[in-house]
Design a protein. Structure first.
Ligand code: GTP
Ligand code: MG
Length: 333
């Protein structure tokens, strides 16, 4: 199953973000530091043009610090992009964002006096929490579930900066299925729009390969098995996630794994690296090229008149029926 969640309110919110973009001096894209690529909105990337963009790697307290550094270097290769790591445990550092907003705008146009900054990002990434820290008061509603903010909200920070809080949005088509799983694992997708088991298997497969020591520690295992299924079975036995008769409750252990990942109990984990993404992009491009080639082949066959076996069968049946019909007509005459 590929994760898909794009309800009506998100469609509307994405449209409104696109409409407001022209009045915005600087775009603040709040990314999840655990999934900096999967949490980046490709629709906005297409529309941003040369508008300055500050990418906040948020929830960095939950991410692998070494990977966060790698991601910063990778993201800043893009012209006009600056990055900043942020988490709620250091509000004094968070306030540096205000200076960065000013500096970013001054670089582009020194004449800008009043700055409009729009905050965008996937659901549940911490946009409203960030705004409350910058505004030094609880002005935006927050909550540990996706889709808390439903409408745009303007917040005047004083000293010439106006922030626009926006509802968390995903995008209509997740080209890379792994992106869907990572978004779901991080908590950006509503529970009812994902299967815990699918996301749990995907996550377990990644974790036993990328963070084996953290998994051994957390589930008190001497060694790790090779497959995600065997790992989940062992973890379930350790946590008592069993059904009547002692059978393993895979659904339960998948829920445990995802919840502990989201809350940081498994340790500081990043679910993707720049290298993985480069590789996945190549694979997706190959797949897309194959699809186009297959389609062209089908079109060519249609032009040549060479029919597929399936179509041939149907043609024969049609011709047989026509012959029978014609026989019946002849008999009537
Ligand atoms: N560990 C950790 N949790 C955070 C951080 N920032 C925000 N959160 C938590 O993430 C959850 C979501 O925060 P919100 O600010 O409501 O997120 P949002 O992006 O506005 O979400 P929507 O309005 O639903 O799109 C809350 O439970 C916050 O406490 C952070 O830096 N670290
Ligand atoms: Mg919000």
């Amino acid at each position: 199953m590929a994760v898909h969640w794009f309800p009506g309110h998100m469609h509307k919110a994405l449209l409104e973000i696109k409409q407001s973009l022209s009045q915005v001096d600087v775009l603040i894209e709040v990314l999840d530091a655990r999934i900096p690529y999967s949490s980046e909105n490709p629709e906005i990337a297409k529309l941003r043009g040369d508008k300055p963009c500050l990418k906040i790697l948020n929830k960095s307290d939950l991410a692998d610090p070494e990977m966060t550094e790698k991601w910063q270097t990778h993201l800043e290769k893009d012209a006009g992009v600056k990055t900043f790591t942020n988490s709620t445990d250091n509000p004094a550092k968070t306030k540096q964002i205000i200076d960065m907003i000013r500096a970013t705008c001054a670089q582009k146009d020194a004449s800008i006096r009043s700055i409009n900054a729009m905050i965008i990002g996937i659901p549940n990434v911490g946009k409203s929490t960030l705004i409350n820290i910058l505004a030094q008061r609880t002005i935006a509603k927050t909550g540990n579930e996706p889709a808390v903010t439903k409408n745009q909200q303007r917040i005047n920070l004083g000293s010439g900066i106006v922030l626009l809080d926006t509802p968390g949005v995903l995008w209509p088509k997740l080209e890379n299925p792994n992106t869907g799983y990572r978004l779901a694992a991080s908590g950006a997708v509503k529970d009812t729009a994902m299967e815990y088991d699918d996301v749990g298997f995907f996550t377990a497969d990644f974790l036993i390969k990328a963070y084996p020591d953290l998994m051994k520690d957390r589930f008190k295992l001497d060694s790790l098995p090779d497959t995600e299924l065997a790992f989940l079975e062992l973890a379930a036995a350790k946590r008592g996630a069993l059904m009547a008769g002692g059978r393993v409750n895979l659904h339960k252990i998948c829920e445990v794994l995802i919840n502990e990942l989201r809350s940081g109990k498994l340790g500081r984990i990043t679910l993707e690296s720049p290298e993985m993404l480069i590789q996945e992009k190549i694979e997706m491009a190959e797949l897309a090229a194959k699809k186009i080639a297959d389609k062209q082949k089908r079109k060519q066959k249609f032009k040549d008149g060479s029919l597929t076996p399936d179509k041939k069968d149907r043609k024969e049946v049609r011709e047989q029926k026509r012959a029978e019909q014609s026989q019946r007509m002849k008999k009537k005459r």
